[in-house]
Write a protein that binds this ligand. Structure first.
Ligand code: FAD
Length: 273
């Protein structure tokens, strides 16, 4: 990537309020970036437990495991896979849209497919170790710590995330969006990096598991704002309201996605009244 803009900084790199700067300058400790310091986490089912909980209350109303294949404007509404709807919200990554909208103009296809993003591999490591340090996660900026950029102490989040007397952690490795995970060797390098960084011992590893997400991080290159504007403008013109991290190509965490979804639901319900 040759050109990155500073757009990613907004909301991610904390502002330094002048009061905090003055306090810190005379040696008074300040709280800093508190946004993620306290959070709730499901006792069982991991992070998936949150969406499973929501889905359970919507049984019979929502369709799961139903890939969106074709979307068309249909009068005042929208047709999805041939079924007509009054309102349509899309949280699908914008880069997937060109293959679903048969009549998309070439310039919009180009804008959507050229949006840049990074993928991620999450490697879960089960450990024969009774406890972790009292931490949620740490970042690993040094080369000697291996290719993972973050380690998250999963069994600290919920005790049921590991059997009694054992612990688990997760390594995250980012790679260029649309590319395949680099493979087995990468996983070995991650574990070696953790041993090198003193995070775990090699003989503590019971097993590993791995999953990859194609879309993990928005890349704010020089063309990002223009491509996104074209993509969102066209979708809205088709009667489709984009929402979510890659539905809008915004660097939102899940809490912000839920807040925005609730606000949108309120506006849409008001429209239907
Ligand atoms: C490794 C990792 C760690 C993270 N850690 C945190 C964290 O600690 N805290 C936090 O708040 N956030 C975290 N996030 C971010 C958080 O997961 C996202 O912000 C959030 O999931 C975005 O929600 P969404 O609904 O916009 O999109 P998604 O959850 O990505 O939902 C989009 C859905 O669209 C589906 N889809 C794609 N194509 C089709 C199709 N053709 N038809 C039907 N469905 C389709 C996908 O399967 C997916 O389920 C993390 C993300 C990753 C990858």
């Amino acid at each position: 990537m040759d050109f990155l803009t500073s757009d990613w900084v907004a909301g991610r790199v904390p502002d330094a309020p002048i009061e905090d700067v003055i306090r810190a300058g005379i040696g008074i400790r300040t709280e800093g970036y508190t946004h993620q310091s306290v959070f709730y986490y499901p006792k069982t089912g991991g992070f998936q437990g949150i969406t499973d909980g929501m889905a359970a209350k919507l049984d019979g109303i929502i369709h799961l495991n139903t890939p969106v294949q074709e979307v068309r404007k249909q009068g005042e509404g929208v047709s999805v896979n041939g079924e007509e709807f009054d309102l349509c919200v899309s949280t699908l990554p914008l880069t997937y849209n060109p293959r679903m909208f048969p009549d998309m103009p070439a310039d919009v296809v180009k804008a959507m497919t050229e949006l840049e993003y990074n993928g991620i591999a999450s490697i879960l490591v089960a450990l024969d170790r009774p406890e972790h340090p009292d931490l949620s996660w740490i970042y690993l900026p040094h080369e000697s710590q291996g290719p993972a950029n973050r380690v998250t102490y999963m069994s600290n989040y919920a005790t049921l995330n590991a059997p009694e007397g054992k612990t688990s952690l997760m390594a995250e490795v980012t790679f260029r969006g649309g590319e395949e995970f680099p493979g087995e060797q990468m996983e070995k390098d991650v574990l070696a990096g953790f041993v090198n960084a003193g995070i775990m011992k090699a003989d503590e590893v019971l097993f590993t598991d791995r999953s990859t997400a194609n879309h993990a991080y928005v890349v704010f290159d020089a063309m990002y704002a223009k491509r996104r504007e074209v993509a969102l403008g066209w979708l809205e013109g088709m009667g489709v309201t984009p929402l979510g991290r890659f539905g809008r190509f915004e660097y939102d965490n899940s809490d912000q996605c839920v807040i925005k979804a609730r606000a949108l639901a309120k506006t849409m319900l008001a429209k239907l009244e």
